[in-house]
Design a protein around this ligand. Structure first.
Ligand SMILES: NC(=O)c1ccc[n+]([C@@H]2O[C@H](COP(=O)([O-])OP(=O)(O)OC[C@H]3O[C@@H](n4cnc5c(N)ncnc54)[C@H](OP(=O)(O)O)[C@@H]3O)[C@@H](O)[C@H]2O)c1
Length: 277
């Protein structure tokens, strides 16, 4: 897939690194095409030595130099990052925010008139090109810009263009989802250890089983219940375990976990507006 122009990355934490890693892995981007900045010197030194990307002196330099300016700071740092970005001429650039709970209307309001804003919710698997990313555009952003941001993010995983009203739900499900899945993988592995398996072997079995099960859902398009039924032999072993899962209320716990996460994302914007106005 082709490179869509110089990419700027402001904030080189966990998600910023995942983006850099995914873009380089795609081979559409070389380190020389990525311009980045983080306020923490250890962080940008680490990124420079590990990936060889260009580290600039400020967020505004990153914004001046790149065509797509990606903001990957924590939601509470977004106002400071915007102040810096605003110092650069932003005509013909795309501002791409990956921050949870920060609406495009907030970004459009705080950036110069006419700035094209795209918002995305990625996840950590972007680092290996297996991310799930949802994108949406702010008022005034063209379809061309949305498609350009989509093409960029497609280098790091699967991208869906969605209505912004779903962004908090997406944050709860696919943005935070890997954390929930890791707890499940850890629990599966702990069960293996309880039954006498070595820890390494238990992790391998748990992780590969989760990967394979997910891939089967994606590649067959089947309802997960149908795939589950294919594992459950009448009167067999799996049904015994499923009864325990239902007794423990796993489904309700997961539904509640994703819902609470989405709710927090929804409240984040209100909190920020209150604290920053
Ligand atoms: N981690 C995920 O799985 C994930 C998934 C989806 C979306 N996101 C979104 O991605 C964003 C970043 O999350 P993260 O987990 O990568 O956080 P993180 O690890 O804390 O990384 C953010 C980095 O940005 C730096 N920073 C803060 N203000 C800055 C500024 N004005 N200019 C340049 N750099 C600045 C931070 O420094 P300090 O440490 O000094 O603050 C930190 O090094 C968040 O908005 C989050 O909602 C994350």
């Amino acid at each position: 897939m082709p490179n869509v122009g110089k990419v700027g990355i402001i904030g080189l934490g966990k998600m910023g690194e995942a983006l850099v890693s995914g873009l380089l892995l795609s081979q559409a981007y070389a380190p020389r095409d990525i311009y980045a900045y983080d306020i923490v010197p250890e962080r940008y030194r680490y990124m420079k030595s590990k990936y060889g990307i260009n580290i600039l002196k400020s967020a505004s330099e990153v914004a001046s130099t790149s065509n797509i300016v990606t903001i990957v700071v924590k939601p509470q740092d977004i106002a400071d990052a915007i102040q810096e970005v605003k110092k650069a001429p932003l005509k013909d650039k795309i501002i791409l925010s990956l921050a949870a709970g920060i609406s495009t209307s907030y970004l459009v309001k705080h950036l110069p008139k006419g700035t094209e804003v795209i918002r995305a919710m990625p996840n950590l698997a972007c680092s290996i090109g297996e991310g799930m990313i949802c994108v949406t555009s702010g008022k005034g952003a063209s379809k061309r810009s949305l498609d350009k941001a989509t093409k960029l993010l497609e280098l790091t995983g699967r991208v869906l263009q969605i209505d912004e009203k779903y962004m908090d739900a997406v944050t709860g499900l696919s943005g935070s989802g890997p954390a929930f899945v890791y707890v499940f993988i850890e629990a599966l592995a702990d069960a293996g250890v309880r039954l006498g398996l070595q820890r390494d072997l238990a992790f391998t079995l748990a992780a590969q089983t989760t990967l394979g099960a997910g891939k089967l859902v994606v590649s067959t398009g089947e309802h997960p219940a149908k795939l589950k039924d294919m594992v459950v032999t009448p009167g067999g072993t799996t049904i015994e375990g499923l009864i325990e899962i239902e007794k423990g209320g796993l489904r309700a716990v997961v539904i509640e976990a994703v819902s609470k996460t989405a709710e927090k994302a929804r409240h984040l914007q209100a909190l920020l507006d209150k604290n920053l106005s």
